[in-house]
Ligand binder design. Structure first.
Ligand code: FPP
Length: 253
């Protein structure tokens, strides 16, 4: 048995994260280290997306949410934005047969209308083509930022209040959650950020209230299956208290 298989078999199946979210950072630095253009780093990053999707599916994880392009990423140089959009459209089309084979359902989170038409069409096609799949749900955050999504939810709820369809006093946390792009998706159990920075960068701010955070210096293109399993092992060794005491958690109160 190789190292990876040994680690996988050491996992506690009763404590697998249901939802893993990832911030895929470090493509640019990876490329620079190799003397390549930043876009080559993004292209290499697609291979990691392929691997983490496959491994998540094999491990029985139900939701994998990837921060593929943030609202703020629109401010990058135009040629880098174009490359990323091209890569995303190209990758989703290329991966579609294998996604279907693995029963993976594509879900899109973010301001999808801002995505250039060519990439958008491929993404919408993949979402439609995989809509019957019942295995891993792969949530791709595109033109996404948490503050954008929370403001969107506020606008939606306010419109209903103004139309007299709801009483402002009845606005609950559940109602806010139901108006986010992640409505119906359980909150992430584990958030992994590669690339060495220890920040959240406007990602899933509402949803990660009780997520376990895992930061690794490994750059996204180098993030291996073994490192992914290490993050899950680390997660399984943590005690999730959700505001309770350790004693309460241990007594299942
Ligand atoms: C951050 O690295 C990464 C991104 C902004 C884009 C992530 C996109 C991919 C991995 C490819 C496409 C994805 C899919 C879902 C098919 P960075 O450029 O900020 O790296 P740096 O911090 O080293 O500069």
């Amino acid at each position: 048995m190789d190292e990876l298989q040994k680690k996988i078999s050491s996992l506690d199946n009763s404590r697998m994260p249901v939802h893993v979210a990832m911030i895929m950072d470090g493509n640019g630095r990876w490329a620079k280290k190799q003397g390549f253009a930043r876009s080559d780093g993004h292209a290499e990053g697609v291979s990691t997306v392929h691997r983490v999707t496959k491994l998540s599916s094999d491990l029985g994880i139900k939701y994998l949410t990837l921060y593929a392009f943030s609202t703020e990423n629109w401010n990058r140089p135009a040629d880098e934005v174009d490359t990323l959009m091209y890569l995303i459209g190209w990758a989703i089309e290329r991966e579609l047969p294998e996604l279907l084979e693995n029963n993976v359902r594509i879900h899109l989170l973010g301001d999808i209308d801002r995505i250039p038409e060519d990439a958008r069409k491929r993404l919408l096609y993949a979402r439609e083509a995989t809509s019957h799949c019942t295995g891993l749900q792969l949530n791709m955050c595109l033109s996404y930022s948490a503050r954008w999504e929370i403001a969107e939810a506020a606008r939606r709820i306010a419109r209903k209040a103004v139309a007299g369809e709801l009483d402002p006093d009845s606005i609950s946390e559940q109602m806010v959650a139901d108006n986010l792009t992640t409505a119906g998706i359980p909150d992430p159990d584990l958030l992994i950020r590669t690339g060495g920075e220890e920040r959240i960068s406007n990602y899933l701010l509402w949803q990660i209230a009780y997520s376990e955070l895992y930061f690794t210096p490994v750059l996204w293109p180098d993030f291996s299956d073994e490192e992914y399993v290490d993050a899950i092992i680390d997660y399984q060794n943590r005690e999730r208290r959700f505001g309770k005491t350790s004693e309460q958690v241990q007594n299942n109160e």
